[in-house]
Design a protein around this ligand. Structure first.
Ligand code: HEC
Length: 177
């Protein structure tokens, strides 16, 4: 039955998550637990979980962080604090104001994207015919780039991501960042 598991796994991998998810429990090492709390409940601006899904909870308005979990801790901090973007696009509807967005799904006619001008980000389904153009983002900045997270807090959050991503249990030291 291994082939079945493989097929199911591929099906899951091929279907991007578009809707928010709400798991209610998490268990892991103490530092990852602290990181989990910050990730979803930090009151410094919007918490990470307003835009990222991890451990079955959060909103997929940003990339899946499991894919980058193996980054060295310092590279993580750079990605978190970066003011440049790689995926976010500026959507210019034919009528209405342009807005920054993260595309999560598309077919021939419809694009599903998160409108990042909204707090929290809002999932919108737009007919392609409604969209004038999609360009490189030139205004949206990753919110944590301007928030004062301490190295201890960042280490906890990264330890949480690494635990979920590949069961990294050694934790992350604030002094490594
Ligand atoms: C308002 C939504 C929002 C919040 C809040 C947010 N992020 Fe993000 N994050 C994004 C988006 C959108 C991107 C993709 C940016 C781009 O285009 O490169 C991103 C990118 C990232 C990346 C780079 C991922 C990659 O594949 O390159 C990391 C790491 C990250 N976020 C971590 C965090 C952490 C940790 C927090 C909380 C401290 C956080 N984010 C809070 C929306 C958000």
């Amino acid at each position: 039955m291994i082939w079945l598991a493989v097929l199911l796994f591929q099906a899951a991998a091929g279907t991007p998550q578009t809707e928010p998810a709400q798991a209610t429990t998490f268990s892991g090492p103490p530092q990852a637990q602290r990181g989990y709390k910050l990730f979803f409940e930090s009151t410094k601006g919007q918490p990470c979980g307003a835009c990222h899904v991890l451990a079955g909870r959060g909103t997929p308005a940003g990339p899946d962080l499991k894919a980058v979990a193996r980054l060295p801790a310092r590279a993580f901090v750079m990605a978190i604090k970066s003011t440049r973007t790689q995926y976010v696009q500026k959507v210019e509807p034919k009528t209405g104001d342009p807005f920054p967005a993260m595309k999560v799904k598309e077919d021939d006619k419809v694009v599903e994207l998160y409108d990042l001008s909204k707090t929290p980000p809002e999932l919108r389904k737009m007919e392609k015919a409604e969209i004038g153009s999609m360009k490189d983002n030139d205004s949206w900045k990753h919110p944590p780039s301007s928030l004062e997270y301490t190295n201890e807090e960042l280490a906890d959050v990264i330890a949480f991501i690494k635990w979920v991503g590949y069961r990294h249990s050694a934790g992350v030291k604030a002094s490594e960042l």
